[in-house]
Write a protein that binds this ligand. Structure first.
Ligand SMILES: [Zn+2]
Length: 148
């Protein structure tokens, strides 16, 4: 596996609760969320800064935070886009409030990268499609945080 750029904020390994920082042995590990969603985390990279990479995060959450901070909204979550929030073109239209609120409580420096690979584009339209998705997500996140 290639390694992420050095200046990315994320951890090498998930060793502590991404919300409160406790290293309690009783914890839940979430490893389904894609790299784009670092933009919702505290100190994470905005989608358009992820560049030509794809992958997933892995992070630990202690039992207390899982329930009392409602991080359980992220169980099995792959995207923060609301289920009904995808347009016909595939561009995301709305964020899932609960999931986005949960992701916003994660400290990016305690979140690790589980899988990581460079994107290989077969064509310029393909690259442009990914770019426009990233930009759409970024503007959704900006709007979401602006009305927090
Ligand atoms: Zn915790």
């Amino acid at each position: 596996m290639e390694t992420p750029p050095d200046d990315w904020p994320y951890a090498d390994e998930p060793t502590a609760c991404a919300v409160c920082g406790t290293d309690d042995d009783r914890h839940i590990t979430v490893e389904s969320l894609g790299l784009v969603w670092g933009g919702a985390m505290d100190g994470g990279l905005p989608p358009t800064d992820v560049g030509d990479y794809s992958g997933t995060f892995e992070f630990r959450v202690c039992h207390d935070c899982w329930l009392s901070e409602s991080i359980n909204a992220l169980e099995e979550a792959q995207t923060l886009v609301a289920r009904e929030g995808r347009g016909r073109s595939g561009r995301p239209l709305a964020l899932d409030n609960e999931k986005t609120a949960a992701a916003a409580k994660l400290d990016a420096e305690r979140v690790a990268i589980a899988t990581f690979r460079p994107l290989e584009f077969r064509s310029d339209p393909e690259r442009e499609h990914v770019r426009s998705q990233d930009e759409a997500v970024e503007s959704l996140l900006e709007a979401w945080f602006a009305c927090e």
